[in-house]
Design a protein around this ligand. Structure first.
Ligand code: NAD
Length: 378
């Protein structure tokens, strides 16, 4: 079968769904690979680098979609792209079925089979190798710190020099999931003093192992909801948390917020009043901007200065490190393809006995198969 990789059409998206090193491995699995011309340019993979490993480079999106049995994408396809898709084709990429009902209908009408990488059952340890939510959140967490460092007027690390003593920057991180932990590690490596909080107390050890200090809310309440994810906390907890955050934010030079609750708007953790207490030149990076933001003053997609504080609400942090995020994403899709093609003969078997494959198959031959039944843990 032929795998096709189109140029991403979402404005500003720089990632590409596969990279030349991975193309070579897909060809070894028995597939042919087509790449739309310039699809990898923004991720530093030019057409020649794909040709060099045996991919065919095609000129137009029309030719790419029409000639591909399987399409690898990063962002969910647009309606125009679905129109180009082959009837009965296989699509693999981010889909977000709950947020995109019209897209799901259009894909069903195409009799497509759709593997939504965002629907992967992440609790399965053997699914970790294909967990693109984790790989992309890790890149985003790193990039959030780099954006903060770029907007901040001082060093992160403390220094004693002939020109004077420089104190280390103080970084406070709200939410220590995949992105938050990546941000903690990056900020600590740059030499900052890092503190972090999460409603799930179980992450405290991970925060410490990455060089941070875990700050607890003085209120007893279990923060884990289903599947290792967070839940909405009680009013009492939220009040205690706001008090603690007011103290931490006032003392911080940099605040990075990553708190999300699946299926709910992002919790508002940083109020306008808290921003006013920060020193001029401080920076907030709100990684929850796309889900409404953890800070009251965040403008999604923008960086703005409010009360002397730069508030960054970029929603494309992974795309801003396109070579790295594309390489990790391509490897996630390769691992999935290996499991779909056990025979290494360039065909795919969407095998529902495999819980990982079952979980991420949201449409099979035009039939809606989402949401998948709950995972049976041994
Ligand atoms: P996420 O992006 O949904 O949320 C980010 C973090 O925000 C979470 O740690 C959450 O607890 C925290 N949060 C939510 N509300 C908060 C609040 N009011 N105050 C402070 N923090 C708040 O989460 P994620 O990074 O995608 O990961 C969520 C969980 O899934 C983690 O436990 C992660 O380890 C787990 N996970 C497990 C596997 C696996 O088992 N194989 C793989 C990937 C992720």
């Amino acid at each position: 079968l032929r795998i096709g990789v189109p140029l991403e059409t979402t404005p500003g998206e720089k990632r590409v769904a596969t990279v030349p090193d991975v193309v070579a491995k897909l060809i070894k699995l028995g597939f042919s690979v087509s790449v739309q011309s310039s699809a990898g340019d923004a991720a530093n993979c030019d057409d020649d680098s794909y040709r060099a490993v045996g991919a065919e480079v095609v000129d137009s999106a029309e030719a790419l979609w029409a000639g591909s049995d399987i399409v690898f994408k990063v962002r969910p396809p647009s309606m125009d792209e679905v129109a180009l898709m082959r009837e009965g084709g296989l699509l693999i990429g981010f889909v977000w079925p709950a947020q995109n009902p019209e897209l799901m209908q259009a894909l069903q009408a195409k009799k497509a089979t759709v593997l939504a990488i965002d629907a992967l059952p992440r609790q399965l340890s053997r699914a970790q190798k294909m967990d693109a939510l984790t790989s992309q959140a890790g890149v985003s967490g790193y990039r959030a710190v780099i954006e903060a460092a770029n907007a901040f007027g001082r060093f992160f690390n403390g220094q004693i020099t002939a020109a004077g003593k420089v104190p280390p920057a103080k970084v406070f991180i709200a939410g220590a999931g995949v992105a938050g932990l990546a941000a903690i590690g990056t900020a600590a490596n740059l030499g900052a003093i890092v503190r972090a909080n999460d409603t799930r107390a179980e992450v405290a050890d991970q925060v410490v192992s990455l060089g941070g200090e875990f700050v607890k809310v003085d209120y007893e309440e279990e923060g884990s909801g289903g599947g290792g994810y967070a839940k909405v906390m009680s009013e009492g907890f939220q009040a205690a948390q706001r008090q603690m955050y007011a103290e931490q934010v006032k003392d911080a030079d940099i605040v990075i917020t990553t708190a999300l609750i699946p299926g709910k708007p992002a919790p508002k953790l940083i109020t306008a009043e808290m921003v006013k207490t920060m020193r001029p030149g401080s920076v907030i990076v709100d990684m929850a901007a796309e889900q409404g933001g953890n800070c009251e003053l965040t403008v999604p997609g923008e960086a703005a200065v409010r009360h002397g504080v730069t508030i960054i609400g970029y929603t494309d942090l992974a795309s801003r490190l396109a070579k790295q995020s594309s390489t990790l994403y391509a490897t996630n899709l390769l691992r999935l393809t290996e499991d779909l093609c056990k025979a290494k003969d360039g065909t795919v078997d969407v095998n529902f006995d495999d819980q990982a494959i079952r979980g991420l198959t949201v449409i099979k031959d035009g039939e809606l198969t989402w949401p998948a039944p709950p995972i049976q843990m041994p």
